[in-house]
Design a protein around this ligand. Structure first.
Ligand code: GDP
Ligand code: IMO
Ligand code: MG
Length: 425
């Protein structure tokens, strides 16, 4: 019996690697695209035919070929934000009510979760995580402490369940000294409209649906959000998000057996960025960092926040390749480095006690990167159509990364547009 395959595509750094663009590019190869974790903290950008779209909770496979897209049980969904996102897509000529399915087991982000997010951040003071403020942490906390409200709850006595959860949150907020919330009633009204709007979509037992799709011989692409260094177990804790962003998250976030996973596409930028607080060993505070930020338009897709920029970190990436079981790498935004005299890659860390290591240590705060330098390629690659056109210096950089990470780079992205993508032979 022919069964379909599941491939997983995920970020290897601190998010914003370019996952949305590549999911869109790869969608024609698959029958279904599914998101497995995260929520509206994500901002996945796609560009084609002169248009730009930013997706938060909706999978990036909705633009190509009328494919079914699934929001899995591992995702946390804010009905008001979901409604805004879906209505925008419908308006721009991309209807999705028929083919976007939502897991009944996905958890709902309540308006009070977002206030709790802000309250916890405020309580942390200078140690704050710098969250997106979308209520991600409090929603996943309710999920693991068995207090969550799920999409399936919408179908049964929802008003009463909502009221109980809200009451509990208000008590928690009161304990934190938060009692006055501007515009809460308006937000709540919009949120309830979102709940009503969501009922236009198909609520599914996504684990059954997905395994059925596979049994029928169809292939699925799982789309990760955030990145490995934001994973709640393996990231730069506590400066992380609250879900498992790694490959294993696709199993728990969709109900897929690990033996069903085929390719694991690991996405990285040709350099590195991070939004929010937390350690970032290769961060550049000089004009080179600012140059990368300007050339790469490194400002958050959701929050507009400035992204911190630095050189590629191969110690961090090798760790990400390991914990995800990456089978193929995808390198994004190489065009941003098109005009540098020197490009650097971190190949070891010097620990505070002077020891040199090539393994990502428990604590990366305070490590000093050891760099290897590469000659810049000084070539505008943004209009290239084949890898045969790549300059020798760029090929040297790519080959070094592949050797160091012991993994092939299968796709190189040379610009934000769907067409600016080189699939290597
Ligand atoms: P995601 O969260 O991983 O989907 O990534 P984001 O959408 O947050 O950030 C990636 C940004 O880089 C977006 O603005 C993309 O349009 C843009 N982008 C993607 N690939 C490339 C590329 O190869 N070159 C350039 N210059 N921009 C790219
Ligand atoms: P995509 O999918 C970059 C960061 C936040 C913060 C930390 C925790 O677009 O790559 P949260 O709101 O999740 O509790 O915030 O994680 N963060 C992201 N950074 N890209 C993302 O998503 C992110 N989602 C969360 O900035 O540091
Ligand atoms: Mg993003």
């Amino acid at each position: 019996m022919k069964t379909g395959k599941v491939d997983v595509l995920l970020g290897l750094q601190w998010g914003d690697e370019g996952k949305g663009k590549v999911v869109d590019v790869l969608t024609p190869r698959y029958d279904v695209v599914a998101r497995f974790q995260g929520g509206p903290n994500a901002g996945h950008t796609l560009e084609f035919e002169g248009q730009k779209y930013v997706l938060r909770s909706i999978p990036s496979g909705i633009f190509q070929g009328g494919k079914v897209n699934i929001i899995g049980n591992g995702v946390v969904l804010a009905p008001d934000l979901f409604m805004a996102e879906a209505k925008n897509l419908e308006k721009s000529g991309h209807p999705l009510m028929e083919r976007l399915h939502i897991s009944k087991k996905a958890h709902l982000i309540m308006p009070t979760h977002r206030i709790l997010d802000r309250a916890y951040e405020a309580a942390k003071g200078k140690d704050k995580v710098g969250t997106t403020g979308k209520g991600i942490g409090p929603t996943y906390t309710d999920k693991t402490s068995r207090n969550g409200l799920r999409v399936g709850d919408i179908l049964d006595n929802f008003g009463e369940k909502y009221r109980q959860h809200k009451e509990r949150h208000l008590q928690m907020l009161k304990a934190l000294g938060w009692t006055d919330f501007d515009g809460f009633e308006e937000t709540e009204k919009l949120w309830m409209e979102g709940i009503a709007y969501m009922k236009n979509f198909k609520f599914v037992d996504s684990e059954h649906e997905i395994n059925h799709i596979l049994r029928e011989g169809n292939d699925i692409l799982c789309e990760g959000a955030q990145g490995t260094m934001l994973d709640v177990d393996f990231g730069s804790y506590p400066f992380v998000t609250s879900s498992n962003t790694i490959c294993a998250g696709a199993c728990t976030g969709l109900g897929i057996g690990p033996n069903k996973i085929g390719n694991v596409y690991g996405i990285m930028k040709a350099y590195c960025t991070r939004v929010g607080a937390g350690p970032f060993p290769t961060e550049l505070f000089d004009e080179t960092g600012q140059r990368i930020r300007d050339l790469g338009h490194e400002y958050g897709a959701v929050t507009g926040r400035e992204r911190r920029c630095g050189w590629i970190d191969l110690i961090q990436l090798r760790y990400s390749v390991m914990v995800n079981g990456v089978t193929e790498l995808i390198m994004m935004k190489s065009d941003v480095l098109d005009d540098f005299d020197i490009v650097k890659a971190c190949v070891a860390y010097e620990l505070p006690d002077g020891t040199i290591t090539e393994d990502l240590p428990y604590e990366i705060d305070g490590v000093k990167p050891v760099y290897r330098e590469f000659k810049g390629w000084h070539t505008d690659m943004t209009k290239f159509t084949s890898e045969d056109q790549f300059p020798a210096e760029f090929n040297d950089y790519v080959r070094f990364l592949e050797d160091f990470l012991e993994t092939r780079i299968g796709i190189i992205s040379i610009g934000p547009d769907r067409d600016q993508t080189i699939i290597r032979k």
